[in-house]
Design a protein around this ligand. Structure first.
Ligand code: C2E
Ligand code: CA
Ligand code: CA
Length: 433
């Protein structure tokens, strides 16, 4: 007697796999997991014919990369986006090739959900597929996404007027001494109903709604107020603020920001402006004028997310930067691929030749610390040292850090203070070591 597989969802999955036995195993696994409909194809042409002739849309496509005739990349380039859903690669090719393939298909606007190596591991496959089989979770995720996407300009204006955007601070530590040399201001929206909201949920809308200048000025004022408690005692600590090119292209900015720092009796030399590339400037000459004038008045300039923007190198040659912050995607890649460390080493060489300070962000593990010290980076920032925290928590963090003797040539020996820290509003405020 044939026992039917339990069906937990009406999800539809297309399995594109050249090897007959692997395809059979994969289909059996998916049915055991509880997928409602699994449609199979042995090569790209068959799959395209299926998509062409069939009105059905798939929630997922599991795609073999290495196939005869038409390979996985060619298939995905030709396939109708709306019909293939999210894509999971299944392949025996090496990790670096898989990463390149992922980059290419992302460029086609395809959403990727993971990769499967061969032979297929059942539990891993289940972990990739299961979240979408749970309708409650899917509904929750959908609602969450909807909630974040439907902010209006009016919502943001009201929140600005009500002072709901506050600065969080994340320390930057010297790789050689282990001492904090800076703090970065990171925006957080303290929403009365939805809790703490991350900048990725509102910065792009702030930029397109023309509210980003106001947000940056509010954060700067607020942050400088917060730093009063330690500003004079810790002259070695600089304060970094993120600035969108859309803000900096306004040539009135240098005078406005000078007025703000003067009003708070803060020396501009203590402020670093991290120029982000979240939006392309429309007025490049204005941007150049603002950063040059800010620099003339003593502000330091940092090129944020270095290595990711198309114009990074051009900006580096034309603007008076003091620092480059290498994007954390390079740090993540360096954990996996040897080739990435070669790229990082040349970034450090380039920066050193230009007399720029090098900052590595996204330091999450002790092994990252060792690697980046060895690569010659000057400063590190990341969850391994400290997570972004409120102004009050920063005061306590700095106090504990000062009391703890740790001026040693290796930050690994910094003691763990997470137990000493009082959590702030239920959020994990510090994490160190
Ligand atoms: P960013 O300037 O590159 O800031 C670093 C981001 O990485 C922060 O995310 C920080 O919380 C996160 N991060 C720090 N250490 C680690 C780590 O070890 N691992 C991982 N995975 N992440 C880490 P956050 O606060 O969500 O900010 C995201 C981005 O939003 C920032 O990226 C920045 O581009 C933008 N942003 C934040 N605040 C402002 C602001 O006031 N103005 C503007 N224009 N942009 C801002
Ligand atoms: Ca930044
Ligand atoms: Ca970054």
């Amino acid at each position: 007697m044939k026992i039917p597989y339990p069906i937990f969802s009406d999800q539809k999955i297309l399995v594109l796999e050249k090897n007959d036995s692997q395809r059979t195993t994969l289909i059996m696994y998916l049915k055991v997991i509880g997928v409602g409909t699994v449609v199979e194809a042995a090569n790209g042409h068959q799959a395209l014919a299926l998509l062409d002739g069939n009105a059905q849309e798939f929630d997922f496509t599991i795609c073999d990369l290495r196939m005869d005739g038409m390979d996985g990349i060619e298939f995905l380039r030709a396939a109708p986006r709306a019909k293939i859903g999210r894509v999971i690669f299944s392949s025996a090719v090496d990790d670096e090739l898989l990463s390149s393939a992922e980059e290419i298909v992302r460029g086609y606007g395809i959403r990727l959900s993971g990769r499967l190596s061969k032979p297929i591991d059942f539990l891993y496959l289940k972990s990739l597929i299961s979240p979408v089989l749970n309708p409650q979770k899917a509904e929750y995720v959908y609602r969450k996404r909807l909630q974040f996407q439907c902010w209006t300009k009016e919502d943001l204006s009201i929140a600005l007027r009500r002072g709901q955007f506050v600065p969080y601070f994340q320390p930057k530590l010297d790789f050689l001494t282990g001492a904090p040399v800076g703090v970065e201001i990171l925006a957080r929206w303290m929403h009365p109903d939805h809790g703490v909201i991350a900048p990725s949920q509102f910065i792009p809308l702030m930029e397109s709604a023309g509210l980003i200048d106001q947000l940056t000025e509010d954060l700067l004022c607020n942050a400088l107020g917060c730093t009063k408690k330690w500003y004079s005692d810790r002259p070695e600590i600089s304060i970094s603020i993120n600035a969108s090119p859309l803000t900096l292209e306004n040539i009135a900015i240098p005078n406005r920001w000078l007025a703000i720092v003067n009003a708070h009796q803060v020396n501009p030399e203590r402020i670093t402006i991290e120029v982000t590339e979240t939006a392309l400037p429309k007025n490049y000459r204005g941007l150049l004028e603002s950063v040059t004038r800010l620099h003339m008045h003593g502000f330091s300039l940092s090129l944020d997310d270095f290595g990711t923007g198309y114009s990074s190198l051009q900006q580096l040659s034309q603007m008076p930067f003091n620092e480059v912050k290498v994007d954390q995607s390079f740090i993540a890649a360096a954990r996996k691929y040897k080739r990435s460390t070669v790229i990082l080493r040349s970034m450090v060489d380039l920066a050193k030749k230009l007399h720029l300070r090098t900052v590595a962000e996204g330091i999450e593990y002790e092994t990252d610390v060792t690697l980046f010290q060895e690569l010659g980076f000057d400063v590190g920032q990341g969850f391994h040292f400290a997570k972004p925290m409120s102004g009050e928590d920063l005061v306590r963090w700095l106090l504990i850090e000062k009391m703890t003797p740790r001026r040693v040539p290796n930050v690994i020996s910094i003691p763990n203070i997470s137990q000493l820290a009082k959590p702030d509003r239920g959020h994990k405020a510090f994490m160190w070591g």
